[in-house]
Design a protein around this ligand. Structure first.
Ligand code: SF4
Ligand code: SF4
Length: 472
């Protein structure tokens, strides 16, 4: 039976409820009165329920679609302004005991080059990332309890936080590792991680089991209940996501929203971020073998509806997406993107040759971080390297309260400008610098809280005089 508060995967991600929701959405896709009511509710920016979002997903009236995009854009601008947070993935190890059919790290793949970074190699990678200007990382590893135990991950986090190269520092390490025990999540919490990220891949149990035929990840319930264990362990910022294209998009869309509702119902705080990746080609992986892969227009609609469903949750897309696709979804919902990414183990310090390939997927957006920052500035966005909230203890419900009260803008806005200023001073090209300075001056002038504005101006002066790392 469907129960969003249950601790049992098949009760909070209930197959029958998902099927009923899809049916309900199909029956109501032309129900003008209901759709008006849903859009009216959505315009209040307090989110929707999964059934309501499913009706909007099903509706194919172009006028409704236009209103969905306009609303998603309005929510994005009201809550996030023009700020876009930047991060980079850091692959530590691609040894994996699982058999995920869509990932080239699967155990049986013998053509990929297997690598695991030593602590010395991590130092080189992180220095390379710091030299690009990154402050926020997402750690990625395959699952291999022998080769890549939790102790290795913890040691790596300690190494990363300890590296201060020139003016560089990694200030927030998010972690994307396999589902694990409460005990291990406590260790990650104590190591000072930012968000714990784990993608569900697909919520459809039978497909999940087929696509994960071997290894510990085969266990659907253990994987689906991972965020509950992370939250029990005191990690209050968790990031969920599905890999669109593995199963029918309607099913995974509803499952994703139900997962967010479950965390809210059970722990009083929903996911900190929702990632929206879709299947990409890679070594040993042919995307044509996935008939449920989604096209750009549908991807865009899904992003917009997730923004409307969960206005206060960060939406992340990676360099899997092309420049064109990224531009479109930035407008209507995405708040965090990766930039200058390598999906190889050791790929920042050392560019791999073809027979050294250790990449998890092909990157579609191959621009450098400076090119991405420049592009964002050109589009009128404020690239941000902010990591302030978790360092100030604003996590979980503290973060959500601040976000929902609207007060978050008083910290996000100056923090984005100060971290952009650091980037311009230490890493940017001349052209990016010129564009960035104009954006900073303009944004500073628009800070409405005089106290915040004056403090931000003072901090920016101090940055010019060589000081670093101010935050609100
Ligand atoms: Fe291993 Fe993760 Fe790839 Fe599966 S998706 S094969 S668990 S690295
Ligand atoms: Fe994110 Fe907090 Fe920084 Fe805003 S102030 S960008 S919410 S870390």
């Amino acid at each position: 039976m469907y129960n969003p508060k249950s601790a049992v995967a098949e009760e909070f991600i209930n197959d029958q409820e998902i099927l009923n929701t899809i049916e309900y959405a199909k029956e109501n896709k032309n129900n003008v009165e209901l759709i008006e009511k849903i859009l009216e509710k959505a315009s209040k920016m307090n989110g929707l329920e999964h059934r309501e979002a499913a009706v909007l997903l099903e509706c194919d009236d172009p006028r409704v679609l236009e209103r969905i995009y306009a609303l998603a854009k309005k929510i994005k601008e009201r809550i996030y302004g023009r700020r876009i947070v930047l991060f980079a993935p850091l692959y530590l190890s691609n040894y994996c005991v699982n058999g995920c059919v869509y990932c080239p790290y699967h155990q049986k793949n013998t053509t990929i080059c297997r690598k695991q970074l030593s602590q010395e190699e991590i130092v080189k990678e992180v220095r390379a990332l710091q030299d690009m200007g990154h402050k926020r990382l997402a750690l990625e590893t395959g699952e291999d309890p022998q080769k890549c135990p939790i102790e290795y991950v913890l040691e790596s986090i300690k190494t990363i936080y300890g590296i201060h190269h020139k003016n560089g520092a990694i200030r927030r390490v998010n972690v994307n590792i396999a589902a694990t025990t409460v005990e291990n999540y406590k260790k990650l919490r104590d190591a000072g991680i930012g968000t714990y990220i784990l993608f569900q891949e697909t919520y459809h149990k039978k497909t999940y089991e087929e696509f994960h035929p071997t290894g510990p990840k085969h266990n659907y319930a253990y994987h689906t209940e991972a965020m509950d264990r992370a939250m029990e362990a005191g990690i209050d910022d968790v990031g969920i996501g599905v890999l669109f294209g593995l199963y029918k998009y309607r099913y995974d869309f509803v499952g994703l929203l139900m997962h967010a509702e479950h965390l809210e119902a059970k722990f009083g705080v929903g996911p900190h971020t929702i990632s929206i990746p879709r299947i990409r080609p890679a070594d040993d992986i042919d995307v044509n073998e996935f008939p449920d892969a989604i096209v750009d227009s549908l991807f865009k609609k899904i992003v917009a509806l997730v923004r409307i469903f969960a206005p206060y949750t960060g939406i992340i897309i990676s360099t899997r997406e092309s420049k064109k696709s990224r531009k479109e979804v930035l407008e209507i919902g995405v708040s965090q993107i990766s930039g200058g990414s390598s999906t190889s183990v050791g790929g920042y310090d050392h560019k791999e040759t073809a027979n050294e390939n250790s990449a998890q997927f092909e990157v579609d957006d191959n621009r450098t971080l400076d090119e991405i920052v420049n592009w964002l500035l050109e589009l009128g966005y404020v690239p941000s390297f902010c990591t302030a909230c978790y360092r100030e203890g604003r996590t979980g419900d503290r973060f959500m309260r601040l976000a929902k009260s609207g007060q978050i803008v008083n910290v996000c806005q100056p923090n984005s400008l100060m971290t952009l200023k650091e980037y311009l001073l230490d890493y940017a090209s001349v052209d990016t610098c010129e564009k960035g300075e104009m954006v900073i001056a303009d944004e500073l002038a628009h800070i409405s809280n005089e106290k915040v504005k004056s403090l931000a101006e003072d901090y920016i002066d101090q940055l010019e005089n060589g000081k670093r790392d101010f935050r609100f």
